[in-house]
Design a protein around this ligand. Structure first.
Ligand code: NAD
Length: 540
């Protein structure tokens, strides 16, 4: 479309003030309906009566077509100079900035993130675009000295081909931007299967990428469920239509992704679940730590992979800390974030998260943990005084704090993905560190202490991929590596320069100007040695 022209969204009236967006797949530069014609609804997590988008329920055929379009476009895209690809990525940053407020409103409406978090989410994508714009002017290889004369060695980063990206709905723009932007910058083309919890915002993000100048076929988006469209992307790995998978989601599905990629000898990027610990020691600034625990545990209704799960409290401060935290938790404003910027957390994003949250009560009770907050779903008859909106319109739940938890309990080991934390009492730092490392996960972690020595020992001893000292477990920056160990991932990282390794392979090249065949490992002449030194005069 010529510059200056605008492209309208297709919308449907739905009785509410804001219309429903008709979401299309993006394949080969065209917006398309799914071949099988089936659709999925994306309802607002805040208000299930609000139909935010109607999206294609794509099948294997749609996904194959997207992969073929991506394969067809890849060589040309890779041949575009990296700084020119970077310019397009930079324009994406500007486009997102221009639409930041509107996009944030869609994030808030579709998945129920409070506006300040939704704005932060869009800003993260903007920051990522600006970081990688300049990376297009680096994307460095190396010059390497040769063993032989008249010969030069070089390394180059080469794209992998078609990157299949599968993402979760709790970060519907920020996390996809961590994948799409570096994948494109490195010269790959993309097939993205966004979460069906957030189809509308994914569609709009795709429009922003097109508006920024990403050519047809370079970015393809196939909407749909995980079981069908997500699986189809993985089938395309077996069919050699996809050369790389980057997946963000649950550990259970991540394992399947790892198996499929493994049998195809591909290395996927896996960003999975967490059971993140926070340690508060007796020398900590308690008020600061309460602030950190409140946001880590209950911000985004606990639906962050980096949300706090196990709050490890040093015996001497446990009682005072718990009282302060409880007072703060009881005061937070829960409700529909579309209606008020005071809302601290909104609804659970999807019915399955609600079901799992409700199940966690039984698990914790069976373990012998004690609930010190209110229990269950918020209803019109049983709601906090400052609740905003109609509790029946979404999955709104009370914050949960469990006391008397030990790390070996099921509740200490299982990711719940909702607003719930466990209090675990310990006596001193050594025990705290052991407890913090006591789950199979290793995503984020945090410690509150004033002691530099303890900070150092914590940094050296913690098994997580990310650690905060005197800060909450959540909060990523666009230029710092993001990712986890153990059940939280396979050690690959998103963001910053580190993610370049996920979307490129190294190419080693030698240029021989000697005019004769020189063979490394066979006829290298490292020169003559001289006679040995006799050290016997020294009594040897
Ligand atoms: P999920 O694994 O169910 O879904 C994630 C994505 O995978 C979605 O797009 C989904 O449609 C797709 N999917 C589902 N089943 C699939 C299948 N069989 N084959 C292929 N794709 C499939 O995850 P969720 O429950 O929606 O999201 C919450 C989880 O994501 C939590 O465990 C959370 O910790 C994790 N998460 C991790 C990070 C991180 O960076 N480590 C970030 C956000 C969320």
């Amino acid at each position: 479309m010529p510059p200056g022209m605008t492209r309208k969204l297709e919308t449907k009236k739905n009785g509410s003030f804001v219309p429903t967006v008709v979401v299309h797949n993006l394949i080969g530069g065209e917006e398309r309906a799914p071949r099988a014609g089936a659709e999925i609804e994306s309802r607002s997590a805040c208000d299930q009566s609000d139909l935010v988008g109607i999206a294609p329920a794509s099948t294997l055929e749609d996904v194959r077509e997207a992969c073929r379009a991506a394969k067809g476009a890849q060589r040309r895209w890779a041949n575009m100079p990296a700084p020119a690809r970077g310019e397009i990525i930079g324009r994406l940053g500007e486009t997102l900035s221009r639409h930041k407020e509107t996009l944030s409103r869609v994030v808030c409406r579709e998945i129920g993130k409070p506006m300040r978090e939704a704005r932060g989410e869009v800003q993260e994508a903007i920051d990522t675009a600006h970081f990688f714009q300049s990376e297009g002017r680096r994307l460095y290889g190396q010059t390497v000295p040769s063993e032989m004369p008249n010969k030069e060695l070089f390394t180059y980063r080469r794209p992998l081909g078609v990157a299949g990206l599968i993402t979760a709905g709790n970060f519907p723009i920020a996390v996809p931007s961590w994948k799409i932007i570096p994948a494109l910058l490195c010269g790959n083309t993309v097939v993205w299967k966004p979460s069906d919890d957030a189809s509308t915002i994914a569609f709009l993000f795709g429009r922003m990428l097109e508006e920024a100048g990403v050519p047809p076929g370079v970015l393809n988006i196939v909407h749909g469920t995980g079981a069908v469209a997500g699986q189809a992307v993985l089938t395309c790995v077996d069919e050699r239509l996809v050369d790389k998978i980057s997946f963000t989601g649950s550990t259970a599905i991540g394992r399947q992704v790892g198996e499929i990629c493994g049998r195809n000898l591909q290395v996927p990027s896996l960003e999975l679940g967490g059971k993140n610990p926070m340690i508060v020691l007796r020398d900590a600034d308690i008020d600061l730590a309460v602030d950190g625990a409140l946001f880590s545990g209950f911000g985004t209704a606990g639906q962050r992979c980096t949300s706090l799960a196990n709050l490890i409290l040093d015996k001497p401060i446990k009682k005072a800390f718990t009282e302060k935290l409880l007072a703060r938790v009881n005061g937070i404003c829960i409700g529909n974030p579309n209606l008020s910027e005071d809302v601290f957390y909104g609804p659970l994003i999807a019915e399955r998260f609600f079901a799992r949250f409700m199940e966690h009560y039984d698990m914790a009770k069976k373990d012998g943990a004690k609930l010190i907050t209110k229990e269950g779903r918020i209803t019109a008859a049983n709601k906090p005084a400052n609740f905003v909106g109609d509790p029946a319109s979404g999955y709104y739940v009370f914050p949960a704090i469990w006391d008397g938890v030990r790390i070996d309990m099921n509740i200490g080991q299982t990711e719940v993905f909702g607003p719930t934390i466990n209090l675990i009492e310990v006596d001193g730092f050594e025990e705290a560190l052991q407890v913090a490392n006591g789950t199979p996960y290793g995503l984020s972690s945090s410690i509150y202490t004033q002691s530099p020595q303890t900070m150092l020992t914590f940094k050296q001893g913690i098994g997580a991929g990310m650690s905060s000292i005197n800060n909450s477990t959540s909060g990523a920056e666009a230029h710092l590596p993001f990712g986890g160990n153990g059940w939280s991932g396979n050690g690959t990282r998103e963001s910053g320069i580190w993610v370049l390794d996920a979307y490129t392979k190294w190419h080693a090249v030698n240029v021989d100007l000697a005019g004769k065949l020189q063979l490394a490992q066979i006829d290298v002449d490292f020169g003559q040695t001289r006679e040995a030194t006799d050290l016997s005069a020294l009594g040897g």
